[in-house]
Design a protein around this ligand. Structure first.
Ligand SMILES: Cc1cc2nc3c(=O)[nH]c(=O)nc-3n(C[C@H](O)[C@H](O)[C@H](O)COP(=O)(O)OP(=O)(O)OC[C@H]3O[C@@H](n4cnc5c(N)ncnc54)[C@H](O)[C@@H]3O)c2cc1C
Length: 413
């Protein structure tokens, strides 16, 4: 029999981590990492943060240096994506017509930025932000004094708004909901960040839907449902992402807004794993059904896929966590909040350092920390252990968060 091969589709955070973990565990066969984009691997978080700042370096940090792949004998195919998957023959077809056989396949194709679909959406001057090329184009377009209209007040929209304002652009954010980051955080945190951006002259228009983009040859204005118009040299759509599940779907693998995987990153085909933004993790026993777009989740899933392939136990299930930085203020989140959670504010937003605890049935389910690293570190552990919290003690930042624990529920969750 020919040598066993693992083919990984996508050399983003999840795909590269899967390759790294497989080599660490001593996979004896070939590892082939296929990436449709050319050039070195790269980290995505800086694309909407450091990279957009005035005078920022052109360098985007690599996920691994190119010589790492050579040293570990990870074969790289760059600039040629996978366009077909034949599960019966166990091979993938590349856009250049080549084929690669696999014994195990790991799909790590990530997500794509959801495009605008209103009339005028194809006008030059409208940007999405997902790839290195997108970031380069946006950085070139955002010049001091230009009118930048951002559609969507989620993480990406707000990080771009901070960069645009710092560059001296006239910055407007249009948002359908009535507050920023409404999908992921509570009112108190939303308002804090809204004020922060307003202090840097960013204008917000809430409760508004974009209906059209107009311009003569390139974008000039954005139109909303109430008939208002907003002058724009640059438009950035930060309206979410869509999983790149089409290969799996066409091949008959189960998808439900994301390729469905279990805690070991297995899909409905025992030879095929999926990791990162492209997945939906479903674990009915533990009540998990979610699609997460975060580095931490991508890395954890990649490690679990490699572990399973190599017959290792899954890594301990880490609490999901995420961060964003806007105007130098770091918001770190651990756990997944639900809109029905009880909210306890620890400290005061006015001080610039505070945390928000989300309690479900008295237990700490999630925490947001604003410039409060100690609370983040402690909170992450308490979320993992399902701690019961004394809300009076927790609300006073003079107490360490750990002193507010009434009872640790489950150390092994
Ligand atoms: C601007 C920006 C800022 C972000 N900031 C943060 C942050 O601060 N914190 C955080 O936790 N997360 C952040 N994220 C989200 C994070 O980057 C993603 O969750 C993470 O990249 C997911 O990893 P992935 O490997 O699943 O996907 P990706 O990193 O997107 O990699 C997927 C790769 O697959 C390739 N690919 C797709 N289809 C094919 C194919 N058919 N053939 C070959 N190759 C293919 C793509 O070209 C891509 O390189 C940010 C994302 C963006 C875009």
């Amino acid at each position: 029999m020919s040598e066993e091969s693992i083919v990984i589709i996508g050399a983003g955070h999840a795909g590269v981590q899967a390759a790294v973990r497989l080599t660490e565990l001593g996979w004896p066969g070939r590892i082939v990492l296929v990436e449709e984009q050319d050039g070195p691997t790269y980290e995505r978080p800086p694309l909407s943060k450091e990279y957009l700042k005035a005078g920022a370096s052109d360098e985007i940090p690599a996920l691994r240096k190119e010589h790492y792949f050579d040293e570990k004998r990870i074969e790289r195919i760059k600039g040629s994506g996978v366009v077909g998957l034949d599960r019966e023959a166990r091979n993938v077809t590349l856009s250049d017509g080549g084929q690669v056989q696999y014994s195990k396949l790991i799909i790590a194709t990530g997500s794509q930025a959801r495009p605008l679909t209103v009339p005028g959406s194809d006008l030059p001057g409208i940007h999405l932000l997902k790839t290195r090329a997108d970031a380069e184009a946006l950085r070139t377009a955002m010049q001091p004094g230009s009118e930048v209209v951002i559609i969507g007040a989620g993480y990406i929209g707000l990080e771009v708004a901070a960069a645009a304002a710092a560059l001296g652009c006239a910055t407007t954010v249009l948002e359908f909901q009535d507050r920023v980051m409404s999908r992921v955080t509570s009112d108190v945190v939303s308002r804090h960040f809204e004020e922060l951006h307003q202090e840097h002259d960013t204008r917000f228009v809430f409760g508004t839907a974009v209906t059209e983009v107009r311009g003569d040859g390139r974008v000039q204005e954005v139109v909303t449902a109430d008939g208002a118009t907003y002058a724009a040299d640059v438009v950035v759509a930060g309206i979410g992402v869509v999983p790149r599940q089409e290969l799996a779907e066409a091949a008959g693998i189960t998808v439900k807004d994301g390729i469905v995987v279990d805690l070991d990153s297995r899909t409905s085909d025992p030879s095929v794993y999926a990791v990162g933004d492209v997945t939906r993790l479903i674990d009915e026993e533990n009540g998990i059904n979610r699609r997460l777009e975060s580095i931490q989740s991508a890395l954890a899933q990649a490690i679990n896929a490699a572990n399973h392939i190599m017959g290792q136990a899954p890594a301990r299930h880490e609490v999901p966590w995420f961060w964003t930085v806007q105007h130098g203020v770091r918001l770190q989140t651990a756990g997944l909040r639900s809109p029905d959670d009880d909210v306890v504010v620890r400290g005061t937003p006015e001080s610039g350092h505070f945390s928000v605890l989300y309690l479900r049935g008295g237990r700490l389910a999630a925490i947001d920390t604003i410039a409060a690293l100690g609370d983040f570190t402690a909170g992450k552990k308490l979320v993992a252990s399902g701690a019961h919290i004394d809300t009076d003690l927790a609300a006073d930042p003079a107490n360490k968060l750990t002193t507010a624990v009434r009872e640790l529920v489950d150390e092994t969750r």
